[in-house]
Design a protein around this ligand. Structure first.
Ligand SMILES: *Cc1c(COP(=O)(O)O)cnc(C)c1O
Length: 486
């Protein structure tokens, strides 16, 4: 920054040379005491010379101009507001004594850090190009077949159907399990709405199950109570949708044991947990059916897409049938039941194949990111990280934590607001579905005397976790949080 400052005695020649060297396009003239006098650009100096000034004259000859400055500690959003208002690309930041602290420039300042943005590898374009070359621009083709095969090999499952979204995969799963009008379906409460919306598409009734503190996922205790009560009412659910939150598997053994005991099939919503493991086995392979999402914010993406997987190849064959408008094998398009247009396009499957090749790198990067947050923010009172039980290998899709407002200097809502003011996208933990207005009146089974999902939502947050964040980005986020919380 020193190189961007000049004294009032500096000559025009030297000032022009300094402008050339700095490349910023602006210099700040400081008084002897270090106060900001004005800013000066190339154009200012040229106009002075045109009026007859010599290159050896001092910049003091520039007409005085009250500089637009920003106070130290100003947020990025506010600073950009000032720059917009005065049509500036640079803004000197000054302390209480009007001494220069730093110079903001618009390009650096306006860099936004996202929660989780797409991160392409080297091969996606080749698969997509191949689809163009061979004119397979359709919701079927070699990339779709290969993407399904490659997922099956990678996670160790028999069959997969590539679909237009994770939501479509959940919807098909429920349809395949015979969920229909008036049926009940149990579902984790602490999740994104897409886990439960398809229950309503099928005109069935969602019943929400709380989380347990150990995994933040479905509480086997709450599930046990819900199943026992349902059995007594002779209204067992048609399916249980178990969610693996933020890349971490639910505690599958006790959940599957209960489901088996009551004879209810499990749909594993592994939309967020591709590549994660439970007791060494791949996430998404535990239920009767498993679901992945390749939406733009997920750990790998096809821009939009999903996958339904199962060890029951017949179920997946029927999923393919239903996802292509339930077309009977006849030239004239015979239909005996209603299906959907849910297949994945061959172009997007090409992106998926490339992304699958870098999945391990992405998981490693996200896990490293989690470790960095923990190291950099350790010692902040009241902060606790989403736990990872010994049996779990989370893909750490999002780094999630809680901030106890009785111990921390700042609560999670204020922190989120301050981060947003600094163009850092962080989010609260999912609002539990039993609290959503649209699900008002639905039954809910909490973990014990307290609702775990409510308290996680109250004090939790997800930090920026994209695998394409730079070291500088991470340092910016941790630095900002430390300055606010520490
Ligand atoms: C993203 C997500 C889905 C839905 O996937 P889409 O591909 O966006 O339809 C479902 N469940 C969970 C838990 C998700 O995070």
């Amino acid at each position: 920054m020193k190189t961007d400052c000049i004294a009032e005695e500096t000559t025009l020649r030297e000032a022009l040379a300094r402008l050339d060297a700095s490349g910023r396009g602006v210099l700040v003239i400081l008084s002897e005491g270090g106060e900001v006098r004005r800013t000066v650009t190339d154009g200012d100096l040229r106009r002075l010379i045109l009026k007859g000034a010599s290159l050896e004259d001092p910049v003091r000859g520039l007409p005085p101009r009250v500089p637009v400055t920003a106070p130290q500690g100003i947020s990025r959003v506010e600073a950009l507001g000032i720059m917009d208002e005065y049509h500036l690309d640079h803004l000197p930041v000054v302390d209480a004594g009007n001494r220069l602290v730093e110079i903001f420039d618009r390009k650096t300042l306006s860099k936004r850090i996202f929660l989780s943005s797409p991160h392409m590898g080297d091969l996606e374009r080749e698969y997509v190009d191949e689809a163009f070359r061979s004119n397979w621009i359709a919701p079927l083709g070699p990339n779709v077949d290969a993407f399904e095969r490659e997922i099956c090999e990678m996670i160790g499952i028999k069959a997969a159907a590539a679909l237009s979204s994770g939501s479509a995969a959940i919807h098909l799963a429920l349809r395949l399990l015979g969920v229909g009008s008036g049926d009940r379906v149990f579902c984790s409460s602490l999740t994104f709405i897409a886990s439960a919306a398809p229950i309503v598409y099928q005109d069935a009734e969602p019943v929400f199950i709380d989380s347990e503190p150990e995994t933040w996922n479905m509480s086997p205790k709450a599930l046990e109570r819900a199943l026992a009560e349902a059995k007594a009412e002779r209204k067992l659910p048609k399916a249980i949708v178990v969610v693996n939150l933020y890349g971490q598997s639910a505690d599958m053994d006790p959940i599957l044991e209960l489901a088996d005991y009551y004879g209810v099939p499990v749909v594993e919503d592994a939309a967020e947990s591709l590549g994660a493991k439970y007791k060494g086995r791949n996430s998404g392979t535990f239920g009767r059916l498993g679901v992945f999402s390749f939406n733009g914010n997920k750990i790998i993406t096809t821009s939009g897409g999903g996958m339904l997987v199962s060890d029951d190849s017949d179920l997946i064959a029927r999923a393919r049938f239903l996802s292509t408008q339930a077309r009977e094998p006849a030239l004239h398009y015979e239909h005996k039941e209603i299906g959907y247009n849910y297949r994945m396009s061959n172009i997007l499957a090409g992106i998926g194949r490339g992304q699958l090749k870098v999945l391990d790198d992405r998981i490693e990067a996200r896990r490293r990111m989690f470790d960095t947050y923990v190291t950099e923010l350790s010692g902040i009172p009241g902060i606790e990280w989403m736990p990872e039980p010994a049996w779990s290998f989370s893909n750490r899709w999002l780094t999630a934590c809680t901030l106890d407002p009785t111990k921390s200097r700042i609560d999670n809502h204020t922190l989120l607001k301050k981060l947003a003011d600094d163009l850092i996208e962080a989010r609260p933990i999912w609002k539990p579905l039993h609290l959503q207005p649209v699900f008002k009146g639905c039954s809910y089974y909490q973990h014990d005397n307290t609702s775990v999902s409510d308290s996680l939502y109250d004090i939790g947050l997800c930090l920026p976790s994209g695998s394409n964040m730079t070291q500088d980005d991470i340092a910016r986020v941790t630095g900002k949080i430390r300055s606010l919380v520490g």
